[in-house]
Ligand binder design. Structure first.
Ligand code: CTP
Length: 399
């Protein structure tokens, strides 16, 4: 497999004894045809020399944020935009700590903070440093930011101790990167649609019925699908979220508009219905603003069930249909009922009675109910990380 022959890799080497292995990483990447530009941190220069890296990579080596010559040739933002992927190998405990707080006091950390690309970290450190609670906490934060982690391995260390903390072997690192680009390429053939956010069901021109959905989870899923190569359409109810670049986004107000947008987007391979669609709409929406009265009775009628309609439709149904169930009680029972009644492949259920997860929060805690009667409970995590986990499962299901 060689999916990196046209790729541009930005390698960041931080200062650890395993930095010497990064020379082999450069050699293997170059051998596969990739272009490799390298940034050395100040302490990395104590372990490997810019000259050896420049000779191997045949590219300029960057090391100083405030270097007029470098900034004129390729500034730190252009350097991060230039790359297809950023690889930090080795990622020392100090680098991990700096990245976890968004530090930007040197070229390496600034480029990563400014990056819009996938970042792979290859940790390498002493076993005690690796198992320290602060490293664990920092790493969890980085995983939540969406960084990918390779290793570390268990074995004899340069310091003479034994345990987990060894940098993964160069061959293995390059194979992880190849796999990443391979998946991107393979997933390009898949089309995905995501519904997200609330709907607004108008009573008159200025008033509507809605709910507390922020749309965050659906947007994160769309972002992750796109990141993994899917051709993605996001059909969004009104939210305050920024549009995601590279995604076809259709903004709608009402459930009916959302339904029509879904129909326009079909056929797709996978459809994820995360929107909190209003169950009811106003039967006689008023053309003019309703004036104040003693009593106002609203005449409501049921909205179309978008997920149910699409999922039970013989010809419209995507290969894979995923619904959500936001519940305040009897989560398992209601989720299983929705799974079968709406003919879904999966239902992702969350308990919205807990304000620290669900609707407006950046965190979520869900259980996934599968068609084969199995279900799995996932721990509380950032919505972005949950999205990555869900998309990983979608990819293995589709393949
Ligand atoms: N859904 C939909 N169209 C609707 C209502 C819901 O597509 N008119 C989808 C949601 O996007 C979600 C799933 O159906 O994926 C379940 O939504 P939820 O609001 O939890 O359930 P309801 O079917 O509305 O049932 P209830 O309100 O009784 O829990």
């Amino acid at each position: 497999m060689n999916n990196i022959d046209t790729k541009k890799i930005l390698l960041i080497i931080s200062g650890g004894i395993s930095a010497y292995k990064s020379l082999e990483v450069i050699r293997l990447l170059k051998k596969s045809g990739a272009t490799v530009k390298t940034i050395l941190t100040k302490s990395a220069k104590e372990f490997v020399t810019p000259l050896s890296i420049a000779s191997l990579s045949q590219e300029k080596v960057y090391d100083d944020l405030f270097n007029a010559e470098n900034e004129a040739e390729m500034d730190h933002i252009s350097l991060s935009r230039w790359s297809d992927l950023i690889l930090v190998a080795p990622a020392t405990a100090n680098t991990i700590s700096k990245l976890s707080v968004g530090s930007s006091d040197d070229l390496a950390s600034t480029v990563i903070l400014a990056s819009n690309k996938e970042v792979f970290l290859v940790p390498a450190m002493n076993v005690r440093m690796w198992s320290h609670a602060s490293t664990k906490e920092n790493l969890q934060k980085l995983k939540n930011f969406g960084y990918q982690i390779i290793g570390p391995e268990i074995g004899d260390m340069a310091c003479g101790e034994y345990g987990q903390g060894k940098m993964t072997e160069p061959k293995e690192i390059v194979s992880n990167i190849e796999q990443y680009f391979f998946n991107l390429e393979k997933n390009k053939k898949f089309k995905a649609l995501v519904t997200a956010g609330p709907t607004h069901e108008y009573i008159d021109p200025v008033r509507y019925i809605s709910n507390k959905s922020s749309g965050k989870q659906g947007y994160e899923i769309a972002k992750s699908l796109k990141k993994n190569g899917f051709e993605t359409t996001l059909i969004s109810g009104p939210t305050s979220l920024e549009p995601i670049s590279g995604i076809n986004q259709v903004n709608v107000n009402s459930a009916r508009e959302m339904f029509n947008a879904v129909l326009d987007c079909l056929p797709t391979d996978v459809a994820i219905f995360s929107a909190a669609v209003g169950d009811f709409k106003i039967k006689n929406k008023q053309k003019h603003k309703i004036k104040k009265k003693e009593i106002l009775n609203l005449n409501l009628e049921k909205n179309i069930d978008i997920l149910g309609h699409i999922s039970k439709h013989n010809s419209l149904r995507p290969k894979m249909v995923i619904g959500f169930a936001a519940e305040t009680n009897n989560l398992n029972e209601y989720a299983k009922k929705k799974l079968s009644e709406k003919n879904c492949d999966w239902i992702i259920a969350n308990d919205i009675s807990n304000p620290s997860i669900g609707f407006e929060s950046n965190y979520n805690k869900v259980s996934i109910f599968y068609k084969n009667a199995k279900y799995e409970k996932l721990p509380k995590m950032k919505k972005s990380l949950l999205a990555d986990n869900i998309v990983k499962k979608i990819i293995s299901h589709l393949n």
